[in-house]
Design a protein around this ligand. Structure first.
Ligand SMILES: *[C@@H]1O[C@H](CO)[C@@H](O)[C@H](O)[C@H]1NC(C)=O
Ligand SMILES: *[C@@H]1O[C@H](CO)[C@@H](O)[C@H](O)[C@H]1NC(C)=O
Ligand SMILES: *[C@@H]1O[C@H](CO)[C@@H](O)[C@H](O)[C@H]1NC(C)=O
Ligand SMILES: *[C@@H]1O[C@H](CO)[C@@H](O)[C@H](O)[C@H]1NC(C)=O
Ligand SMILES: *[C@@H]1O[C@H](CO)[C@@H](O)[C@H](O)[C@H]1NC(C)=O
Ligand SMILES: *[C@@H]1O[C@H](CO)[C@@H](O)[C@H](O)[C@H]1NC(C)=O
Ligand SMILES: *[C@@H]1O[C@H](CO)[C@@H](O)[C@H](O)[C@H]1NC(C)=O
Ligand SMILES: *[C@@H]1O[C@H](CO)[C@@H](O)[C@H](O)[C@H]1NC(C)=O
Ligand SMILES: *[C@@H]1O[C@H](CO)[C@@H](O)[C@H](O)[C@H]1NC(C)=O
Ligand SMILES: *[C@@H]1O[C@H](CO)[C@@H](O)[C@H](O)[C@H]1NC(C)=O
Ligand SMILES: *[C@@H]1O[C@H](CO)[C@@H](O)[C@H](O)[C@H]1NC(C)=O
Length: 401
């Protein structure tokens, strides 16, 4: 018995780390950097001529950049989403109590306290099940209860639905975008899609109640991302342009450094939390772009909640600290006081040391003389850009999306 346990742990690493923790927190600090961003200025999408042009550089700076952008929430199956909530507040630092509260700005409950009532406040569900483009993939659309069938009005994933492996949908706010334009609030986006703002703010909190049931369908039948459920955040502009997140450099803002956050990214046993942006590359144009896609994975791992429904989330505080957490003691109330959140965070174990991100800007200040050599965009001039989905997509499949 003893020997076989020992053998097992030699083969598979420390058993506790591998199986992950059923509650806890994973922390990051120093998040945010000076960041130069070229938004899309024009999308040309036809079978003959396909490209995205980029506009003038804009700067993003300060704590949490680039995650200060409006964010879309991505849900990828197999995952049962029971409830979702988004909160904002003006000035919260993890661990610091004052009399303020977080205020709920969006809410979804698929079967509100088992009453059978669907609760939807300030949320719009969209998925890439709309019109197909050869290079940009399918466009955004409302969807039916299966998150696969397109629909014409805002619905919600079905009660107790367990999307299949690889099936992905997104949550936006219910605030409509102005018309597509570089200087519009939602930037340039594809024609004929329902377009809504994502969730805004430097200081924000997202909460989720969910489970990640095992995919019992044969993997031979399945898509990419077999049995890799994930809750992640991206710039809200990314899905409005392309569903091929990992290709078409100018069309996927990930290549401009818009960043993504894996709140809970699971494999067949555990869940990680990972921040992906250009932070830390410090303008190093020779740095391997894959280091951005690999992201910075926080220390510690959660257990994948196969058979249990858990509550958890992510907080971006005002000082550039980010924490993900799983905790029993979370209620998605209208207002949650700072001291209740701090008490909740105190009540769960740290799953590892805090990960401090490297300081520094990704690019030098914009000027026509420095522009030439600026940027971590070693791959963006690759001539094989048309529907180019090899190397980079492979990175993304494995590491990011
Ligand atoms: C990307 O955008 C830049 C700036 O608009 C443009 O010069 C370049 O040709 C575009 N690249 C591709 C592959 O479309
Ligand atoms: C935010 O609160 C912290 C203390 O929690 C304080 O030190 C800081 O000055 C405040 N910042 C702003 C912008 O109000
Ligand atoms: C958006 O959601 C809020 C909160 O539920 C609601 O008050 C508002 O009427 C909604 N707006 C639209 C345009 O649906
Ligand atoms: C809905 O969410 C948006 C996006 O963050 C926010 O700006 C807005 O205030 C929210 N609306 C309501 C009614 O809470
Ligand atoms: C998930 O399903 C696969 C295939 O049926 C099975 O091999 C695996 O043990 C299951 N995992 C769990 C945690 O139940
Ligand atoms: C593959 O999926 C289809 C429907 O999604 C199902 O009918 C079929 O039985 C599955 N095949 C296998 C081998 O699991
Ligand atoms: C989680 O992170 C560990 C350590 O970096 C890595 O070995 C593992 O593959 C990651 N798993 C997932 C699901 O991201
Ligand atoms: C730039 O990145 C390359 C590849 O990762 C690395 O070898 C090199 O040391 C970096 N240079 C600086 C100045 O950080
Ligand atoms: C989930 O429940 C099933 C059926 O009760 C069981 O076979 C499986 O081992 C459980 N999986 C985990 C990860 O607990
Ligand atoms: C939440 O806080 C706001 C502002 O502080 C207050 O107006 C509102 O009544 C509170 N709501 C609840 C349900 O306590
Ligand atoms: C903040 O309040 C919570 C709940 O009362 C408490 O557990 C925690 O110790 C307090 N933190 C500080 C720094 O006072």
């Amino acid at each position: 018995m003893y020997y076989s346990l020992l053998l097992l742990s030699l083969l598979s690493g420390p058993a506790i780390a591998l199986s992950g923790s059923t509650s806890g927190k994973i922390q990051f600090s120093g998040v945010g950097y000076d960041f130069q961003y070229r938004p899309i200025s024009k999308i040309t999408d036809s079978s003959k001529d396909y490209s995205c042009q980029l506009g003038k550089e804009e700067w993003m700076t300060g704590p949490n950049a680039p995650f200060t952008e409006n964010l879309a929430v991505h849900i990828r199956g197999p995952l049962n989403l029971h409830s979702y909530a988004y909160y904002t507040t003006s000035n919260y630092t993890i661990g610091v109590n004052d009399t303020s509260s977080w205020s709920r700005q969006a809410y979804f409950d698929n079967y509100y306290k088992d009453s059978g009532v669907l609760s939807m406040e300030n949320v719009t569900f969209l998925a890439h099940v709309g019109a197909t483009s050869a290079c940009l993939g399918k466009g955004l659309s409302y969807f039916g209860q299966d998150a696969i069938t397109p629909a014409t009005t805002n619905g919600a994933p079905g009660k107790y639905m367990q999307p299949l492996s690889g099936v992905e949908y997104m949550i936006y706010s219910n605030i409509s975008c102005p018309k597509s334009s570089v200087n519009g609030g939602c930037g340039v986006y594809r024609d004929n899609i329902p377009a809504f703002y994502g969730f805004s703010g430097t200081t924000k909190m997202f909460l989720f109640e969910f489970s990640m049931p095992n995919d019992t369908v044969s993997s031979a039948n399945s898509s990419n991302y077999y049995n890799q459920p994930r809750i992640w955040l991206s710039s809200d502009s990314l899905p409005r342009v392309t569903s091929n997140y990992g290709s078409q450099y100018n069309c996927s803002c990930l290549f401009e450094g818009c960043g993504s956050v894996d709140v809970f990214a699971a494999d067949s046993t555990i869940m990680n939390s990972t921040l992906s942006s250009f932070q830390g590359l410090n303008g190093n144009t020779t740095a391997d772009i894959a280091s951005m896609f690999n992201g910075v994975t926080g220390n510690g791992q959660y257990a994948r909640p196969f058979n249990t429904t858990v509550k958890g989330g992510i907080i971006f505080d005002t000082a550039g600290n980010v924490v993900t957490f799983i905790s029993d003691s979370l209620e998605f109330e209208q207002n949650i006081s700072f001291s209740d959140i701090n008490a909740m965070l105190n009540s769960v174990p740290s799953l590892g040391d805090i990960t401090t991100l490297k300081a520094g800007s990704s690019l030098g200040p914009v000027s026509s003389t420095t522009k030439k050599n600026a940027g971590v965009r070693a791959l963006s001039n690759n001539p094989l850009w048309i529907c180019w989905t090899t190397v980079i997509t492979t990175f993304l499949h494995v590491f990011v999306l």
